[in-house]
Ligand binder design. Structure first.
Ligand code: SF4
Length: 152
């Protein structure tokens, strides 16, 4: 799958007005999601232009843990802003986040999104062939934006 093919899939995913101001699926923003290199490059460029170093470091330093049941804890995605209650890079979020609610295997928890892509499994099969890493792994490979102090 090329970058252009990935962008073509992005363009097929409706931006449903039914999602506006709804955070019911935010709990799905958990764990370390894998994303492709071109997606990471887009996110890194977005961070560079939309966040100061301090804002980005504060985002990484947030306590992302949340309790899903008595004594059962999960962690939000490293890019989920638990203060603002939103994805910090939403306009450039990766494919798996865009597909949430738009494929049968990741339905909208409130059943508000009426349409699903019929070829979701095939999209994921081809997407899985790309080199993918978690945000933390991409960050670890970037000397300027490592998970530790900037510039370290
Ligand atoms: S990148 Fe954004 S939308 Fe995707 S899991 Fe992380 S916080 Fe959620």
């Amino acid at each position: 799958m090329t970058r252009d093919e990935l962008l073509a899939i992005y363009s097929r995913i409706p931006t449903e007005s039914t999602c506006r101001d709804c955070h019911e699926c935010a709990i799905r923003c958990s764990g370390a999601i894998p994303l492709a290199r071109s997606e990471w490059e887009g996110i890194a460029a977005y961070i560079e232009t939309h966040m100061s170093d301090l804002e980005f470091e504060s985002l990484l330093a947030q306590d992302k843990r949340f309790e899903v049941a008595d004594g059962v804890w999960e962690e939000f995605c490293i890019l989920y802003d638990v203060v603002a209650l939103r994805c910090a890079v939403y306009p450039v979020r990766p494919l798996v986040c865009r597909l949430l609610g738009h494929v049968e295997f990741m339905p909208c928890p409130l059943s508000r999104v009426p349409s699903v892509l019929p070829d979701g499994p095939e999209i994921m099969r081809r997407y899985a062939q790309l080199e993918r890493k978690t945000v933390a792994e991409w960050l670890a490979g970037e000397p300027r934006r490592g998970c530790g102090p900037r510039g370290a």
